[in-house]
Design a protein around this ligand. Structure first.
Ligand code: DGY
Length: 387
Protein backbone atom coordinates (compact mmCIF):
# COMPACT_ATOMS: atom_id res chain seq x y z
CA UNK A 1 0.00 0.00 0.00
CA UNK A 2 1.44 3.41 -0.90
CA UNK A 3 0.80 5.87 1.86
CA UNK A 4 2.20 9.08 0.40
CA UNK A 5 1.79 9.31 -3.36
CA UNK A 6 1.97 12.85 -4.61
CA UNK A 7 1.25 13.63 -8.23
CA UNK A 8 2.54 16.91 -9.66
CA UNK A 9 0.56 18.11 -12.64
CA UNK A 10 2.56 19.91 -15.33
CA UNK A 11 0.91 21.73 -18.23
CA UNK A 12 -2.61 21.06 -16.91
CA UNK A 13 -4.23 22.32 -20.12
CA UNK A 14 -2.32 19.82 -22.28
CA UNK A 15 -4.36 17.86 -24.81
CA UNK A 16 -2.83 14.42 -24.13
CA UNK A 17 -2.76 12.98 -20.63
CA UNK A 18 0.51 11.28 -19.70
CA UNK A 19 1.30 9.52 -16.42
CA UNK A 20 4.97 9.41 -15.38
CA UNK A 21 5.35 7.15 -12.37
CA UNK A 22 8.58 8.69 -11.04
CA UNK A 23 10.15 12.09 -11.39
CA UNK A 24 12.85 11.81 -14.07
CA UNK A 25 16.18 13.67 -14.11
CA UNK A 26 16.81 16.75 -16.23
CA UNK A 27 14.35 19.11 -17.87
CA UNK A 28 14.56 18.20 -21.52
CA UNK A 29 12.22 15.21 -21.28
CA UNK A 30 9.48 17.36 -19.83
CA UNK A 31 9.97 20.00 -22.54
CA UNK A 32 9.56 17.24 -25.14
CA UNK A 33 6.30 16.07 -23.61
CA UNK A 34 4.80 19.50 -22.99
CA UNK A 35 6.00 20.58 -26.46
CA UNK A 36 3.95 17.70 -27.88
CA UNK A 37 0.87 18.99 -26.05
CA UNK A 38 0.96 16.66 -23.06
CA UNK A 39 -0.44 17.22 -19.61
CA UNK A 40 1.96 15.31 -17.35
CA UNK A 41 1.00 13.74 -14.02
CA UNK A 42 4.25 12.82 -12.26
CA UNK A 43 4.77 11.05 -8.94
CA UNK A 44 7.40 12.95 -6.97
CA UNK A 45 7.75 10.39 -4.15
CA UNK A 46 10.46 7.79 -3.69
CA UNK A 47 8.25 4.80 -2.94
CA UNK A 48 7.72 2.17 -5.57
CA UNK A 49 4.14 2.54 -6.84
CA UNK A 50 1.89 -0.47 -6.82
CA UNK A 51 -0.57 -1.24 -9.61
CA UNK A 52 -3.50 0.30 -7.71
CA UNK A 53 -1.72 3.65 -7.37
CA UNK A 54 -0.75 3.70 -11.03
CA UNK A 55 -4.24 2.70 -12.09
CA UNK A 56 -5.71 5.47 -9.94
CA UNK A 57 -3.42 7.95 -11.72
CA UNK A 58 -4.84 6.92 -15.11
CA UNK A 59 -8.19 8.33 -13.96
CA UNK A 60 -10.87 8.30 -16.62
CA UNK A 61 -8.38 9.03 -19.40
CA UNK A 62 -4.70 8.40 -19.95
CA UNK A 63 -3.10 8.56 -23.39
CA UNK A 64 0.41 7.47 -22.49
CA UNK A 65 2.66 6.47 -19.62
CA UNK A 66 6.32 6.29 -18.69
CA UNK A 67 6.99 3.67 -16.02
CA UNK A 68 9.83 2.13 -14.06
CA UNK A 69 11.52 -1.28 -14.16
CA UNK A 70 10.38 -1.77 -10.54
CA UNK A 71 6.72 -1.84 -11.61
CA UNK A 72 4.93 -4.87 -13.02
CA UNK A 73 3.22 -3.72 -16.21
CA UNK A 74 1.38 -7.00 -16.33
CA UNK A 75 -1.85 -7.94 -18.10
CA UNK A 76 -4.01 -6.41 -15.35
CA UNK A 77 -2.30 -3.02 -15.41
CA UNK A 78 -2.10 -2.99 -19.21
CA UNK A 79 -5.83 -3.78 -19.39
CA UNK A 80 -6.57 -0.80 -17.14
CA UNK A 81 -4.21 1.34 -19.23
CA UNK A 82 -5.92 0.30 -22.46
CA UNK A 83 -9.34 0.95 -20.93
CA UNK A 84 -8.25 4.47 -20.00
CA UNK A 85 -7.23 5.05 -23.63
CA UNK A 86 -3.52 4.20 -23.32
CA UNK A 87 -1.84 4.44 -26.73
CA UNK A 88 1.84 4.11 -25.87
CA UNK A 89 3.89 3.04 -22.89
CA UNK A 90 7.63 3.56 -22.44
CA UNK A 91 9.80 1.91 -19.83
CA UNK A 92 12.42 4.18 -18.31
CA UNK A 93 15.02 1.42 -18.83
CA UNK A 94 16.60 -0.57 -21.60
CA UNK A 95 15.41 -3.84 -20.00
CA UNK A 96 11.69 -4.56 -20.29
CA UNK A 97 11.23 -7.86 -18.46
CA UNK A 98 8.74 -6.04 -16.18
CA UNK A 99 6.36 -5.52 -19.12
CA UNK A 100 4.05 -8.19 -20.52
CA UNK A 101 4.92 -7.52 -24.15
CA UNK A 102 2.58 -10.20 -25.47
CA UNK A 103 -0.42 -8.58 -23.80
CA UNK A 104 0.69 -5.08 -24.78
CA UNK A 105 0.98 -6.19 -28.39
CA UNK A 106 -2.40 -7.91 -28.26
CA UNK A 107 -3.89 -4.61 -27.05
CA UNK A 108 -2.04 -2.73 -29.80
CA UNK A 109 0.05 -0.79 -27.27
CA UNK A 110 3.56 0.09 -28.47
CA UNK A 111 6.17 -0.42 -25.72
CA UNK A 112 9.27 1.76 -25.72
CA UNK A 113 12.62 1.35 -24.01
CA UNK A 114 15.81 3.42 -23.72
CA UNK A 115 18.79 1.64 -25.34
CA UNK A 116 22.08 3.15 -26.41
CA UNK A 117 22.57 5.79 -23.75
CA UNK A 118 23.43 3.39 -20.94
CA UNK A 119 25.80 1.07 -22.77
CA UNK A 120 29.09 2.63 -21.65
CA UNK A 121 27.88 3.58 -18.16
CA UNK A 122 26.75 0.02 -17.45
CA UNK A 123 29.89 -1.48 -18.98
CA UNK A 124 32.06 0.85 -16.87
CA UNK A 125 30.25 -0.29 -13.74
CA UNK A 126 30.80 -3.93 -14.68
CA UNK A 127 34.52 -3.08 -15.01
CA UNK A 128 34.45 -1.36 -11.60
CA UNK A 129 32.75 -4.39 -10.04
CA UNK A 130 35.25 -6.74 -11.65
CA UNK A 131 38.17 -4.98 -10.02
CA UNK A 132 36.30 -4.39 -6.77
CA UNK A 133 35.57 -8.11 -6.49
CA UNK A 134 38.94 -9.41 -7.70
CA UNK A 135 40.93 -6.98 -5.55
CA UNK A 136 38.59 -7.16 -2.54
CA UNK A 137 37.82 -3.44 -2.34
CA UNK A 138 34.66 -3.80 -0.26
CA UNK A 139 36.30 -5.94 2.39
CA UNK A 140 39.38 -3.73 2.54
CA UNK A 141 37.39 -0.54 2.85
CA UNK A 142 35.18 -1.93 5.62
CA UNK A 143 38.33 -3.07 7.45
CA UNK A 144 39.88 0.39 7.18
CA UNK A 145 36.73 2.26 8.23
CA UNK A 146 36.37 -0.06 11.21
CA UNK A 147 39.72 1.27 12.44
CA UNK A 148 41.46 -2.08 12.02
CA UNK A 149 44.27 -0.94 9.71
CA UNK A 150 47.54 -1.10 11.67
CA UNK A 151 49.90 -0.57 8.75
CA UNK A 152 51.12 -2.26 5.55
CA UNK A 153 51.39 -6.03 5.68
CA UNK A 154 52.72 -8.43 3.03
CA UNK A 155 49.52 -10.41 2.77
CA UNK A 156 46.86 -7.85 3.64
CA UNK A 157 43.87 -8.41 1.33
CA UNK A 158 45.74 -10.16 -1.42
CA UNK A 159 43.42 -10.63 -4.39
CA UNK A 160 43.62 -11.77 -8.00
CA UNK A 161 45.20 -10.14 -11.00
CA UNK A 162 42.96 -9.65 -14.01
CA UNK A 163 45.53 -8.87 -16.71
CA UNK A 164 46.13 -11.63 -19.24
CA UNK A 165 43.44 -13.89 -17.80
CA UNK A 166 40.42 -15.36 -19.57
CA UNK A 167 37.23 -13.30 -19.65
CA UNK A 168 33.87 -14.91 -20.34
CA UNK A 169 30.82 -12.85 -21.19
CA UNK A 170 27.36 -14.32 -21.44
CA UNK A 171 25.37 -12.10 -23.79
CA UNK A 172 27.37 -10.19 -26.40
CA UNK A 173 24.93 -7.40 -27.15
CA UNK A 174 25.78 -3.74 -26.83
CA UNK A 175 26.68 -3.69 -23.13
CA UNK A 176 28.47 -7.03 -23.17
CA UNK A 177 30.49 -5.92 -26.18
CA UNK A 178 31.44 -2.57 -24.59
CA UNK A 179 32.50 -4.29 -21.36
CA UNK A 180 34.47 -6.96 -23.26
CA UNK A 181 36.36 -4.32 -25.20
CA UNK A 182 37.21 -2.38 -22.05
CA UNK A 183 38.56 -5.52 -20.41
CA UNK A 184 40.32 -6.99 -23.44
CA UNK A 185 41.88 -3.77 -24.67
CA UNK A 186 42.60 -2.47 -21.17
CA UNK A 187 43.80 -5.67 -19.51
CA UNK A 188 44.88 -7.83 -22.46
CA UNK A 189 42.41 -10.54 -21.54
CA UNK A 190 41.47 -13.41 -23.84
CA UNK A 191 37.77 -13.42 -24.56
CA UNK A 192 35.22 -16.20 -24.63
CA UNK A 193 31.64 -15.26 -25.32
CA UNK A 194 28.39 -17.13 -25.32
CA UNK A 195 25.50 -15.71 -27.30
CA UNK A 196 22.90 -17.27 -29.55
CA UNK A 197 24.05 -14.82 -32.26
CA UNK A 198 27.68 -14.45 -33.31
CA UNK A 199 29.00 -10.91 -32.78
CA UNK A 200 31.23 -10.36 -35.80
CA UNK A 201 31.96 -6.73 -35.01
CA UNK A 202 33.35 -7.80 -31.63
CA UNK A 203 35.46 -10.64 -32.99
CA UNK A 204 36.80 -8.46 -35.81
CA UNK A 205 37.66 -5.63 -33.41
CA UNK A 206 39.55 -8.03 -31.19
CA UNK A 207 41.30 -9.61 -34.16
CA UNK A 208 42.50 -6.14 -35.19
CA UNK A 209 43.67 -5.47 -31.65
CA UNK A 210 45.48 -8.82 -31.58
CA UNK A 211 47.25 -7.90 -34.84
CA UNK A 212 48.25 -4.54 -33.33
CA UNK A 213 49.74 -6.27 -30.27
CA UNK A 214 51.52 -8.84 -32.38
CA UNK A 215 53.06 -6.17 -34.58
CA UNK A 216 54.59 -4.72 -31.42
CA UNK A 217 56.02 -8.03 -30.33
CA UNK A 218 53.38 -8.52 -27.60
CA UNK A 219 51.34 -11.69 -27.06
CA UNK A 220 48.09 -11.31 -29.04
CA UNK A 221 44.70 -11.61 -27.37
CA UNK A 222 42.11 -14.10 -28.61
CA UNK A 223 38.34 -14.15 -29.02
CA UNK A 224 36.14 -17.21 -29.36
CA UNK A 225 32.41 -17.87 -29.24
CA UNK A 226 31.73 -20.98 -27.17
CA UNK A 227 29.15 -23.55 -28.16
CA UNK A 228 27.82 -23.82 -24.61
CA UNK A 229 27.54 -21.80 -21.41
CA UNK A 230 29.23 -24.70 -19.61
CA UNK A 231 32.37 -24.51 -21.72
CA UNK A 232 32.70 -20.80 -20.97
CA UNK A 233 32.12 -21.24 -17.24
CA UNK A 234 34.77 -23.95 -16.99
CA UNK A 235 37.46 -21.90 -18.71
CA UNK A 236 36.92 -18.29 -17.67
CA UNK A 237 38.60 -16.54 -14.75
CA UNK A 238 36.06 -13.71 -14.87
CA UNK A 239 32.47 -14.27 -15.99
CA UNK A 240 30.18 -11.30 -16.62
CA UNK A 241 26.46 -11.57 -17.36
CA UNK A 242 24.89 -9.34 -20.02
CA UNK A 243 21.79 -11.24 -21.06
CA UNK A 244 18.17 -10.17 -21.11
CA UNK A 245 15.96 -11.80 -18.51
CA UNK A 246 13.42 -14.18 -19.99
CA UNK A 247 12.33 -17.79 -19.51
CA UNK A 248 15.57 -19.03 -21.08
CA UNK A 249 17.89 -17.02 -18.84
CA UNK A 250 16.03 -17.26 -15.52
CA UNK A 251 18.48 -18.99 -13.11
CA UNK A 252 20.94 -19.45 -15.97
CA UNK A 253 23.59 -19.50 -13.26
CA UNK A 254 22.45 -22.17 -10.83
CA UNK A 255 24.18 -24.45 -8.32
CA UNK A 256 25.25 -26.92 -10.98
CA UNK A 257 26.80 -24.27 -13.21
CA UNK A 258 28.47 -22.50 -10.29
CA UNK A 259 30.04 -25.86 -9.57
CA UNK A 260 31.65 -25.85 -13.03
CA UNK A 261 33.40 -22.52 -12.47
CA UNK A 262 36.98 -22.17 -11.29
CA UNK A 263 37.20 -22.09 -7.50
CA UNK A 264 38.69 -18.60 -7.57
CA UNK A 265 36.58 -17.21 -10.43
CA UNK A 266 34.94 -13.78 -10.37
CA UNK A 267 31.24 -13.56 -11.29
CA UNK A 268 29.78 -10.17 -12.27
CA UNK A 269 26.11 -9.36 -12.78
CA UNK A 270 24.86 -6.01 -14.05
CA UNK A 271 21.98 -7.49 -16.09
CA UNK A 272 19.01 -8.72 -14.07
CA UNK A 273 19.06 -10.43 -10.68
CA UNK A 274 17.00 -13.53 -11.51
CA UNK A 275 19.61 -14.62 -14.08
CA UNK A 276 21.41 -16.00 -10.99
CA UNK A 277 19.85 -18.36 -8.48
CA UNK A 278 20.83 -16.13 -5.58
CA UNK A 279 20.31 -18.74 -2.87
CA UNK A 280 22.67 -21.08 -4.72
CA UNK A 281 25.18 -18.24 -5.07
CA UNK A 282 25.11 -17.50 -1.33
CA UNK A 283 25.86 -21.15 -0.64
CA UNK A 284 28.64 -21.17 -3.24
CA UNK A 285 30.24 -18.01 -1.80
CA UNK A 286 30.11 -19.58 1.64
CA UNK A 287 31.69 -22.86 0.60
CA UNK A 288 34.22 -21.31 -1.82
CA UNK A 289 35.94 -18.47 0.05
CA UNK A 290 38.21 -17.67 -2.92
CA UNK A 291 35.24 -17.23 -5.27
CA UNK A 292 34.20 -13.59 -5.77
CA UNK A 293 31.00 -11.96 -6.94
CA UNK A 294 30.23 -8.39 -7.96
CA UNK A 295 26.50 -7.78 -8.09
CA UNK A 296 24.53 -4.68 -9.06
CA UNK A 297 21.21 -6.52 -9.37
CA UNK A 298 19.37 -9.03 -7.18
CA UNK A 299 16.77 -11.70 -7.59
CA UNK A 300 14.12 -10.04 -5.42
CA UNK A 301 15.12 -6.39 -5.34
CA UNK A 302 15.37 -4.57 -3.06
CA UNK A 303 15.68 -7.66 -0.80
CA UNK A 304 18.82 -9.78 -0.77
CA UNK A 305 18.81 -13.55 -0.43
CA UNK A 306 19.34 -14.53 3.22
CA UNK A 307 23.01 -14.48 4.11
CA UNK A 308 24.21 -12.57 1.05
CA UNK A 309 24.97 -9.37 2.96
CA UNK A 310 27.22 -11.45 5.27
CA UNK A 311 29.40 -12.73 2.46
CA UNK A 312 32.60 -10.71 2.43
CA UNK A 313 33.57 -12.22 -0.93
CA UNK A 314 30.68 -10.41 -2.65
CA UNK A 315 30.63 -6.74 -3.61
CA UNK A 316 27.04 -5.49 -3.60
CA UNK A 317 25.61 -2.36 -5.22
CA UNK A 318 22.01 -1.05 -5.23
CA UNK A 319 21.28 -1.34 -9.00
CA UNK A 320 23.23 1.77 -10.02
CA UNK A 321 25.14 0.60 -13.09
CA UNK A 322 23.53 3.22 -15.35
CA UNK A 323 23.53 5.91 -12.67
CA UNK A 324 25.42 8.76 -14.28
CA UNK A 325 23.61 12.06 -14.73
CA UNK A 326 24.17 12.13 -18.50
CA UNK A 327 22.86 8.58 -18.86
CA UNK A 328 19.80 9.02 -16.72
CA UNK A 329 18.89 12.31 -18.43
CA UNK A 330 19.39 10.61 -21.79
CA UNK A 331 17.11 7.76 -20.75
CA UNK A 332 14.45 10.32 -19.80
CA UNK A 333 14.77 12.01 -23.19
CA UNK A 334 14.41 8.70 -25.05
CA UNK A 335 11.37 7.66 -23.01
CA UNK A 336 9.75 11.07 -23.62
CA UNK A 337 10.54 10.89 -27.35
CA UNK A 338 8.96 7.41 -27.54
CA UNK A 339 5.74 8.76 -26.05
CA UNK A 340 5.70 12.14 -27.83
CA UNK A 341 6.37 10.55 -31.22
CA UNK A 342 3.64 7.95 -31.06
CA UNK A 343 0.93 10.25 -29.76
CA UNK A 344 1.91 12.64 -32.57
CA UNK A 345 1.56 9.88 -35.16
CA UNK A 346 5.28 9.69 -36.00
CA UNK A 347 7.05 6.51 -37.19
CA UNK A 348 9.68 4.44 -35.41
CA UNK A 349 13.40 5.26 -35.73
CA UNK A 350 15.29 3.20 -38.27
CA UNK A 351 18.68 2.66 -36.63
CA UNK A 352 20.40 1.43 -33.49
CA UNK A 353 22.16 4.78 -33.09
CA UNK A 354 19.79 6.93 -31.04
CA UNK A 355 22.21 9.85 -30.58
CA UNK A 356 20.18 12.19 -32.87
CA UNK A 357 17.50 12.20 -30.17
CA UNK A 358 19.92 13.77 -27.71
CA UNK A 359 20.34 16.88 -29.86
CA UNK A 360 18.22 20.05 -29.70
CA UNK A 361 16.44 18.97 -32.84
CA UNK A 362 15.39 15.31 -32.40
CA UNK A 363 14.01 13.46 -35.43
CA UNK A 364 10.21 13.14 -35.67
CA UNK A 365 10.29 9.47 -34.67
CA UNK A 366 10.12 7.15 -31.67
CA UNK A 367 13.70 6.09 -30.83
CA UNK A 368 12.97 2.54 -29.70
CA UNK A 369 9.72 0.54 -29.68
CA UNK A 370 10.33 -3.10 -28.83
CA UNK A 371 7.14 -4.47 -30.37
CA UNK A 372 7.21 -2.19 -33.44
CA UNK A 373 7.58 -5.09 -35.83
CA UNK A 374 4.71 -7.10 -34.37
CA UNK A 375 2.51 -4.02 -34.44
CA UNK A 376 3.71 -3.24 -37.99
CA UNK A 377 4.42 0.38 -37.10
CA UNK A 378 5.77 2.56 -39.91
CA UNK A 379 9.53 3.09 -40.03
CA UNK A 380 11.15 6.52 -40.24
CA UNK A 381 12.48 7.53 -43.62
CA UNK A 382 11.21 4.56 -45.57
CA UNK A 383 7.49 5.10 -45.69
CA UNK A 384 7.39 1.37 -44.97
CA UNK A 385 6.05 -0.74 -42.20
CA UNK A 386 8.52 -1.99 -39.62
CA UNK A 387 10.42 -4.97 -40.95
C1 DGY B 1 17.97 -0.84 -17.40
O1 DGY B 1 17.86 0.21 -18.05
O2 DGY B 1 17.42 -1.87 -17.75
C2 DGY B 1 18.84 -0.83 -16.20
O3 DGY B 1 18.75 -1.94 -15.43
C3 DGY B 1 18.60 0.40 -15.36
O4 DGY B 1 19.56 1.26 -15.72
Amino acid sequence: MNTAVHWDIINPEGKFRVVVTKQLPGERWLQILTGAGCRVAMDTGENRLDAAAIEAAFGRRCDAAIGQLTEAWDSRLLRAFKKAGGRVYSNYAVGFNNVDITTATAYGIPVGNTPGVLTEATAEMAVALTFAAARRLGEAERYLRAGRFRGWLPSLFTGRRIGGKTLGIIGAGRIGEAYARMMVEGCKMNLLYYDIHPNRRLSETIARYAAYLKARGLPPVTCRRTATVEELLQQADVVSLHTVLDDNTHHLINAERLGLMKKNAVLINTSRGPVIDETALVHHLQTHPDFRAGLDVFENEPRLAPGLEMRGNAVLLPHIASATRWTREGMAVLAACNVAALISGYPVWNAADVSPFLTDDPPPAAPSIVNARDLQLPVYGTGDRSS
